[in-house]
Write a protein that binds this ligand. Structure first.
Ligand SMILES: Cc1cc2nc3c(=O)[nH]c(=O)nc-3n(C[C@H](O)[C@H](O)[C@H](O)COP(=O)(O)OP(=O)(O)OC[C@H]3O[C@@H](n4cnc5c(N)ncnc54)[C@H](O)[C@@H]3O)c2cc1C
Length: 530
């Protein structure tokens, strides 16, 4: 269903209430929409910016139990995350993939081999299989020759998983649509509608057309992540969230080569830092600090964070002499973290999700990408009485339908890596993607982890409204290529103009908007630029 048809379908609910109106198209909203639609509930989801345009495209992209949470004694969160990791690995092969971690231990570390080994034993126990292994220093250096050798006592290795966070959201939303959900990006819920002290709907505004609509719903779900307090405060509730920013650097993999993920401690404050292989690049992150900038401005890394992460990289890999020129891009996200109210250090705040039912508004926020399904099911249980279809809720149903015979047949002669990527990201729509591909378009765009056929498909079928939707979230070109991949724009132009019907003026405006965005939120901070 295209955008106009979805808007028209939404208009019907000005008088006839939806079962659920989900506000927010990150992973939390997508998960709620899918689980509710799967039960047969009538669901619509609106997203003010782009799908996954908030934090859900800016995470470390790990589907993990979170060893750090275990160290903080958050056993319940770790157990739930490990269980969800197992389910996602089972249900989303190719999109959620196993990732081996190496955790070096140094003489004099506060948490030495024994303590970390105990934590990992518990981690393995939750997963129901042993994945941990101890490696002597020589074996560690054979795997990561550039690692700082000084005081190295050895390393633990263990298994976790990773994903493409934005594509994960898009895949969950696509599945929700298969179950009948309406999903619209660039539609903002400006305010809530109340009657007799209960929230009964919301005023929606389409950013593209400027049209507005008042939609009725039995349950309104506030899945607006770091913005969640805004809608709540409209009901007179006190704020609960502390927005914390986390930033990453994206390195050329040949300059910072890691065959597996590496976890180490920052030399300055002992915080854990990850170097992660991802889509042919190496991600290094993250920072964790109070985010004081307005939430409506897309976050970006500041000079101090950039410096902090470069220090970590140089300390862990001293022989590599890493510099500014090795950084391809940066990105920053804002964690919607529950505020303890006692001004503790950002890294000490709890990462559990928040579920609140207040005057008919169901808020689901905080938490992790990894646990989206568990949070969705827990949240929906709170409103089963108001939406009878939700009696069918199940926490263990397979997340996605398997691709049908047409898609499996269409991919049979493709190279294995491409076959796996397409089926994982597009599921049963793979057959359409391949049928619409033009000659030569299945060739990978170097270092972009996608091909032109995927970009063509996204323009036609994945609600692309702006160039940044296409280059930062439908594909990850903007993160994986220097300058956001703007060198590719001339090749992309005919495909985009043909499929989206943009004239030359619109194309120029979009390129301008995209370049500005990349410079502001995905580049190197001004203070560091040559
Ligand atoms: C640096 C960093 C690293 C992380 N790494 C990991 C990791 O490796 N693994 C993991 O499991 N978790 C990780 N997390 C946590 C995880 O990314 C977040 O918890 C998760 O993405 C939050 O999803 P969300 O849907 O709640 O929020 P968001 O993704 O921010 O979605 C909320 C959406 O609501 C929209 N919205 C706001 N107001 C309105 C409105 N009025 N109307 C309509 N729409 C609106 C916004 O535009 C936004 O898209 C990380 C977080 C950060 C910041």
């Amino acid at each position: 269903m295209n955008r106009d048809a979805s808007w028209a379908a939404l208009q019907r609910h000005e008088t006839e209430p939806l079962d659920l109106l989900v506000i927010g198209g990150g992973i939390a909203g997508a998960g709620v929409a899918l689980e509710a639609a799967r039960c047969g509930a009538r669901v619509a989801l609106v997203e003010a910016r782009d799908f996954a345009g908030g934090t859900s495209s800016k995470s470390s992209k790990l589907v993990h139990g979170g060893l750090r949470y275990l160290a903080q004694g958050r056993i319940g969160l770790t157990r739930e995350s490990v269980r969800e990791r197992k389910a996602l690995l089972r249900d989303m092969p190719g999109l959620v993939t196993p990732l081996r971690f190496l955790l070096p231990v140094r003489h004099g570390d506060r948490k030495g081999r024994r303590i970390l080994g105990l934590g990992l034993a518990l981690y393995d126990f939750f997963a129901g299989r042993r994945t941990r292994e101890w490696h002597a220093p020589a074996a560690v250096l054979a795997q990561v020759p550039q690692l700082q050798e000084q005081d190295l006592a050895g390393a633990w290795s263990y298994l976790d998983a990773q994903t493409d966070d934005a594509r994960l959201v898009l895949r969950v939303l696509a599945e929700a649509r298969l179950h009948g959900a309406l999903t619209l990006n660039h539609v903002c819920a400006d305010s809530l509608v109340e009657a007799e002290g209960q929230v009964q709907g919301a005023c929606l505004r389409d950013a593209a057309s400027g049209q507005t609509l008042v939609v009725q719903a039995r349950v309104v779900v506030n899945a607006t992540g770091a913005w969640a307090d805004r809608l709540r405060q409209g009901l007179g509730q006190s704020p609960q969230l502390r927005p914390l920013r986390g930033s990453h650097l994206v390195f050329e993999a040949w300059r910072l080569p890691v065959a597996q993920a590496l976890a180490f401690f920052h030399p300055k404050d002992g915080r854990p830092v990850f170097a992660l292989p991802w889509e042919g690049r190496t991600l290094l992150g993250t920072t964790d600090l109070d985010h004081h900038e307005p939430l409506d401005r897309e976050p970006g890394i500041n000079a101090a964070e950039f410096d902090y992460l470069m220090q970590a990289a140089r300390a862990a890999f001293p022989s590599l002499d890493l510099g500014l020129e090795d950084v391809v891009s940066t990105f920053s996200g804002v964690r919607p973290v529950l505020d303890s109210g006692d001004q503790r250090e950002p890294s000490k705040e709890a990462r559990e999700h928040l579920i609140l039912a207040e005057r008919g508004l169901l808020t689901v926020s905080g938490g992790k990408l990894t646990t989206f399904r568990a949070s969705a099911v827990q949240a929906l249980r709170r409103v089963q009485a108001r939406v009878p279809a939700l009696q069918r809720l199940r926490s263990d149903a397979p997340l996605l339908r398997a691709p049908g015979i047409a898609s499996l047949h269409a991919v049979r002669e493709l190279p294995e890596a491409l076959r796996e990527r397409l089926l994982a990201r597009y599921g049963d729509a793979t057959a359409t993607l391949l049928a619409e591909a033009q000659p030569g378009e299945l060739q990978d765009i170097p270092h972009a982890a996608c091909c032109m056929a995927e970009l063509r498909y996204a323009c036609r079928h994945e609600s692309v409204l702006h160039l940044d939707d296409l280059l930062l979230r439908r594909s990850r070109t903007g993160l994986l290529l220097r300058d956001g991949g703007t060198a590719l724009l001339h090749k992309l132009r005919p495909v985009v103009q043909e499929t989206l019907g943009w004239n030359d003026e619109r194309w120029d405006d979009e390129c301008h908007r995209y370049r500005e965005r990349v410079l502001r939120s995905y580049g190197i901070p001004a203070e560091w630029r040559p």
